[in-house]
Design a protein around this ligand. Structure first.
Ligand code: F6P
Length: 533
């Protein structure tokens, strides 16, 4: 069995210092490119044998066939009976994509054109609010209806030439109040983004925005747009059908940025840049379908992830963009990876025989260096790191500062690998201490090293490159999900908390008692009610 062979291989090689494997041949062999993006995984303990076994895992679990099934509209999300076709949303130059025998592309491209017309009208002032040209756009959504556009709008800030864009997600009133405080209702467009149009946080915030706008705008519906699969519900909310942008249920929430859920991004950067973003993702789709495993970036990123989590047992994975505009990428990937693969049941209903995916976390460098890197370098656990870095920023006059950023990124992966021995640490402080004190002090300055990382490098964070990056991670999640044998496209694990919150609301409000609740919850309700909830 391949899993056992991989475990045995890991056990036999775990103590070796992988730095000793590294030469120019390995640097070339354990890296790959897609277009002008480069993935380097040479700074890991994966050798040619481990890689071969990992590829066996891809073959034995049928990744290639399942990949083709996904792209061609088979209902691979089988707990919800749906196809998984977010790739159709960026299939700008591709052929037909059939779902149940009919081509979905005409409707996809028609919606994209409608979005582009509306975005252009908002940007050039042909579409106005009651007070004139739109100055602010507020996207109200949560999860995939927020994280995608919010992450991408920040990532592409240098391309932003439309009205200001704001994102409201949390049901905490502090979120919406903090945004609306800076907007004028007469010149604000509110976009309600919700696949289902039932999500309680989004609908609550949408009604709050409606009431805010009604204070000074007579026809509030005229300054609302909706992005949803639920046409009946959007109409019931009073939004003009001309500003309702629909999509099909085969677009998962956390994969929906490429279609109507990307409207706020499109308004911010313009339809042409948005299309370039789609083309970047499409280029990664083409690469993922065509490249063999040795050259296939999503497959390689997936096998590195499986090696570190399921084989080595490292429970988390840090995503560390040395690209400040990617500051929301870790949060976006938390949903993409953890909502997709954080599952304990296999497709056939049996318990998952291996660990589900890792905890994903991170912050941009260099900020993280002055916060949590201490633990990454000297903590007792190993945190595999994923660095992202651009050759160039967008601030040409500050390029030397960008070079400093790049040097820091490369230094971190080098430091994680090399570490610092006791002898080296001693030599560093030999002028300050002697004898036992030198030893004691030196031990605090030892870095074990031998800590793995991968680096994704690209020329510049353009719309095209951002599209490549996001699609790369989407397909990585797909490959990992297939290998683990689970359904990456449902999210039943979010349901129980939603049901209990609905049941608890009257208890918190005091209209019903806490009978039937556990003693801890009842006591907390009591405390909060005494303190004014
Ligand atoms: O509760 C989880 C979830 O269903 C996510 O999968 C989704 O992205 C988010 O809620 C928002 O859902 P909707 O777009 O339907 O409001």
């Amino acid at each position: 069995m391949v899993w056992n062979k991989l475990r045995a291989h890991h056990a036999a090689t775990a103590d070796r210092r992988f730095e000793t494997l590294l030469d120019a041949a390995r640097a070339a062999d354990f890296s790959a490119t897609a277009g002008d993006m480069r993935l380097d995984y040479a700074k890991t303990n994966i050798d040619a044998d481990a890689r071969g076994l990992l590829f066996d895992l891809l073959d034995q679990t049928g990744v290639a066939a399942k990949r083709d099934a996904m792209f061609t509209g088979a209902p691979i999300n089988d707990t919800e009976g749906r196809a998984v076709l977010h790739t159709a949303l960026r299939n700008l130059d591709g052929g037909p994509v059939l779902v149940d025998g009919s081509d979905v592309m005409p409707a996809v491209l028609d919606t994209l054109d409608r979005m582009a017309d509306f975005a252009s009208a908002v940007r050039d002032g042909a579409y106005k609010g009651q007070g004139g040209k739109i100055t602010d756009v507020v996207n109200i959504g949560i999860g995939g209806s927020d994280l995608g556009p919010a992450m991408a709008a920040r990532a592409l800030a240098p391309y932003h030439d439309g009205p200001r864009c704001h994102f409201v997600s949390n049901v905490d009133p502090a979120d919406i109040a903090g945004v609306l405080r800076h907007c004028d209702p007469a010149t604000t467009l509110v976009i309600v983004a919700s696949k289902t149009f039932t999500t309680i946080e989004t609908m609550t915030n949408a009604r709050t925005a409606q009431a805010w706008m009604a204070q000074s705008v007579s026809d509030t519906g005229a300054q609302f747009a909706a992005l949803s699969t639920a046409a009946d519900k959007t109409a019931a909310f009073g939004i003009d059908p001309a500003r309702i942008f629909g999509f099909a249920d085969w677009v998962g929430g956390r994969y929906s940025l490429w279609g109507p859920i990307g409207l706020s991004l499109m308004i911010a950067i313009g339809p042409d840049a948005f299309r370039a973003f789609l083309r970047g993702a499409q280029a990664m789709d083409v690469h993922f379908r065509a490249a063999d495993w040795y050259e296939n970036l999503p497959a390689l990123l997936a096998v590195v992830g499986i090696w570190h989590n399921q084989i080595c047992g490292y429970p988390t994975r840090a995503v560390l963009p040395y690209d400040n505009n990617l500051s929301r990428l870790p949060a976006y990937l938390q949903q993409l990876e953890m909502e997709s693969n954080g599952k304990g049941v296999a497709m056939d209903g049996s318990d998952l025989p291996v660990a589900s995916g890792p905890v994903v976390w991170g912050e941009p460098g260099t900020n993280g260096q002055h916060a949590f890197y201490q633990l990454i370098h000297q903590g007792t656990g190993v945190v595999p790191c994923e660095f992202l870095v651009a050759a160039r920023g967008h601030e040409d006059d500050l390029h030397h500062q960008h070079q400093l950023l790049v040097a820091n990124c490369l230094a971190q992966s080098e430091a994680l690998m090399r570490g610092r021995s006791l002898d080296e640490a001693r030599a560093k402080i030999a002028d300050k201490f002697t004898g036992e004190e030198l030893d004691r002090q030196a031990r605090h300055r030892v870095f074990t090293g031998n800590r793995p990382s991968v680096t994704i490098a690209y020329p510049q964070l353009t719309p095209f490159v951002l599209g490549q990056i996001i699609a790369l991670y989407e397909h990585r999640v797909f490959v990992e999900g297939v290998v683990l044998g689970l359904n990456s496209y449902d999210q039943w694990g979010v349901e129980l908390g939603k049901e209990l919150a609905t049941a608890l609301q009257p208890v918190v409000e005091g209209s019903t008692g806490a009978e039937g609740k556990d003693a801890s919850t009842a006591a907390l309700v009591g405390f909060l009610r005494q303190n004014g909830v």
